[in-house]
Ligand binder design. Structure first.
Ligand code: AVJ
Length: 336
C-alpha cells in the first residue's frame, strides 16, 4: 500500500473498466435466432451458451475426465510460460474471453518473474468476471494495472487501448475452433490488427486425434455437456420468451472427419412446434430434426499455418503437450 495515496486513489490508478454492452447483446441473440431457426438446416451460434448457468456448466466440463483440452493447455503453459515471457518481452497481456482468468496467472507469473509485467487487459462479455478478476489480480500482483474491457471480441476489439509496449494477445481455450473456416480467418485478421511489430498472438487450438477421444470429450458419461448443450434452450426461453422443453431434445456430438471438427446438435425427440414469443416466431421441428449448436474445429499444424498466413500472421513457436492433444501457437504479424 502506498502511504501517500488513499485506497480509493490507488484503486482509480490501478483499475480501469469500460463497458461496451448496451442493448446490442440481446439484439444479437434475437437476430441469430431469427436467422438461425428459419434456415433449412437449423443453427445457433455457440456464444449464446454462456449465461451464468452456461458458464458454470462450462467450468464443470473443464474438470471432466473426458475433457482433456483445459488440462493439456494448462500443462503447456506451465511448461513454456518462461520461454514465452523471454521471447516476447511483453509488458502487457491482452486476453480475449478472459473468463475467470484461471490460466492467466501462469502467464502473469512468468512476465512478473521476467520483470516486464505492467498491465493486464481482460476482454469478456461477462461484467462480473472482468470486475472480479481486476480486483483479485491487482491485489495478487503489486504494481499491476488492469484495464478491463467488457465487450464481445467479435465486435469490440477497437475498444482495446493502444499498446504501452510489447504485448501478448492471448486467445486461449481453443475458442477460435468455434468459427467455421471463413469467419475464422476474418476473426484472426481482426485480432492481427491488435498487433504491431514486436507483439505476439498466443492462441490455443485443439488438435486432430482419434475420433473416439474427441467424441467422448463432447459427450461425457455424467451428461454435463448434454446439460450445457440444452442450456441454450433455457437461454432462449428466458431472453426471448420461447417455450422450448429442453427435454424434447437429445444431445448429439459427432466428429466430422472431412471438416475435422466436432459438431454438437440438439435432436428433436418428437415432432413439435415451439413459439419464440418475443419474435412472434413459430419454429417447427420434425421428429429427429437437428439444430446445430456448435462446431469445434480440431487443427493440424499445417491447417493452423495456412489460417495464420491468410490472416497476415507468421508462426514463431508451436508448443504442444507430450501426447500432442493440444497446441499453443505463438505468432506475429508477417514482416514484409
Ligand atoms: C470453449 C469453445 C473451446 O469447443 O471445446 C466444451 C466449448 N463445448 N464442450 C470447446 C465446449 C462443449 C469449448 N470452447
Amino acid at each position: 500500500m502506498e502511504p501517500t495515496s488513499s485506497p480509493r486513489q490507488l484503486a482509480r490508478e490501478t483499475i480501469r473498466i469500460e463497458s461496451h454492452l448496451d442493448g446490442t447483446n440481446e439484439r444479437s441473440l434475437a437476430d441469430d435466432v431469427l436467422d438461425g431457426l428459419t434456415r433449412p438446416f437449423k443453427e445457433l451460434p455457440p456464444k449464446h451458451f454462456y449465461d451464468a448457468r452456461g458458464a458454470d456448466l462450462f467450468d464443470q466440463i473443464c474438470d471432466l475426465p473426458e475433457y482433456y483440452p483445459t488440462r493439456a493447455e494448462r500443462a503447456i503453459l506451465e511448461e513454456r510460460a518462461a520461454e514465452i515471457a523471454e521471447l516476447t518481452g511483453a509488458v502487457e497481456l491482452v486476453e480475449l474471453g478472459s473468463g475467470t482468468a484461471a490460466k492467466t496467472r501462469v502467464l502473469l507469473d512468468a512476465l512478473q518473474a521476467a520483470g516486464t509485467l505492467e498491465r493486464y487487459i481482460p476482454v469478456d462479455v461477462t461484467e462480473s468476471m472482468v470486475r472480479d478478476c481486476a480486483k483479485t489480480l491487482t491485489s495478487e500482483y503489486p504494481g499491476l494495472r488492469v484495464h478491463g474491457v467488457i465487450g464481445d471480441f467479435e465486435r469490440h476489439l477497437d475498444r482495446i487501448p493502444p499498446a504501452a509496449g510489447p504485448r501478448i494477445v492471448a486467445f486461449l481455450g481453443g475458442t477460435i475452433g468455434n468459427f467455421p473456416p471463413g469467419s475464422r480467418r476474418r476473426v484472426l485478421r481482426q485480432i492481427a490488427g491488435l498487433l504491431g511489430p514486436g507483439d505476439h498472438l498466443l492462441m490455443g487450438t485443439d488438435l486432430v486425434k482419434d475420433p473416439r477421444v474427441l467424441e467422448a470429450a463432447y459427450d461425457d458419461s455424467q451428461g454435463v455437456t448434454a446439460a450445457f448443450n440444452r442450456n441454450v434452450l433455457h437461454v432462449l426461453n428466458r431472453e426471448l420468451q420461447a417455450d422450448f422443453d429442453p427435454e424434447d431434445f437429445d444431445h448429439v456430438a459427432l466428429f466430422d472427419p472431412h471438416n475435422e471438427w466436432i459438431e454438437m446438435r440438439l435432436r428433436a425427440r418428437r415432432e413439435h412446434t415451439t413459439l419464440v414469443r418475443d419474435l412472434d416466431l413459430p419454429v417447427h421441428f420434425d421428429a429427429g430434426e437437428e439444430l446445430r449448436t456448435e462446431i469445434s474445429a480440431k487443427f493440424t499444424p499445417e491447417r493452423l499455418q495456412s489460417d495464420l498466413t491468410a490472416a497476415g500472421l507468421e508462426l514463431v513457436r508451436w508448443l504442444t503437450d507430450p501426447d500432442e492433444l493440444f497446441a499453443l501457437s505463438l505468432s506475429r504479424i508477417h514482416a514484409h
